[in-house]
Design a protein around this ligand. Structure first.
Ligand SMILES: [Zn+2]
Length: 211
């Protein structure tokens, strides 16, 4: 058993890049996994790749998922606009950027890879702000998946940031010298330029202001 090898789902955003820096700092051998699923912000994959290289990841997997699975999401469907928040007031409850069962697919794919590679830990960088709008970023969701996994394997999902706010993650990024300019957050960037008004952009701006 390779004890220090772990899998990390890496999106190219602040949270997962910070977790990559943390794991790398703690001398884990990190296998990174990114997904191409028709997301409008597929440029995030370039950032994931750059950071995987920067942190010396030996295996960076990019998994293709069929985008027709996610047509109901504004994050994927080009005919539906992402809701924006020009007044900086963030919504409660599910938003139209929610992607149906995306995280269950992402996590089960990572679990397949973990079992195949004989790896026992899969890391996700969900933070406590995510839970307000995404049911599939919550502790209960992860606990249930871990219960299924533990019925036949010792693989567990680890979410070390799940009780940290986005502001606390940004502070940790600073402590770990993560280059935030080398991450991308926006749901609908124009090339590499973030829109500044989507849920993800506003959350990031507030976190950076408060950090
Ligand atoms: Zn944006």
């Amino acid at each position: 058993m390779e004890n220090n090898r772990v899998i990390l789902l890496l999106s190219g955003g602040i949270d997962s890049t910070t977790l990559l820096a943390k794991l790398s700092n703690e001398n884990y051998e990190v296998v990174t996994v990114s997904f191409h699923y028709g997301q409008k912000h597929e440029i995030e994959l370039n950032y994931a790749k750059k950071n995987a290289e920067k942190y010396g990841v030996k295996k960076h997997h990019i998994i293709e998922l069929d985008k027709t699975l996610f047509k109901s999401s504004a994050l994927v469907n080009r005919e539906v606009d992402i809701v924006t928040y020009e007044n900086n007031e963030l919504p409660e409850g599910q938003v139209n950027a929610y992607v149906p069962f995306r995280n269950l697919l992402f996590i089960s794919t990572a679990l397949s890879l973990a079992e195949t590679m004989n790896i026992n830990e899969v890391y996700l960088a969900f933070n406590s702000n995510d839970k307000a709008n995404f049911w599939d970023c919550r502790t209960e969701f992860i606990e249930r998946i871990n219960a299924i996994s533990s019925s036949n394997t010792s693989i567990q999902i680890k979410t070390p940031f799940i009780h940290l706010s986005k502001t606390e993650v940004v502070k940790l990024a600073g402590q770990l010298n993560v280059d935030l300019n080398n991450t991308i957050t926006c749901y609908q960037p124009n090339e590499a330029t973030e829109c500044g008004v989507c849920l993800s952009c506003i959350t990031k701006q507030k976190a950076i202001e408060n950090a």
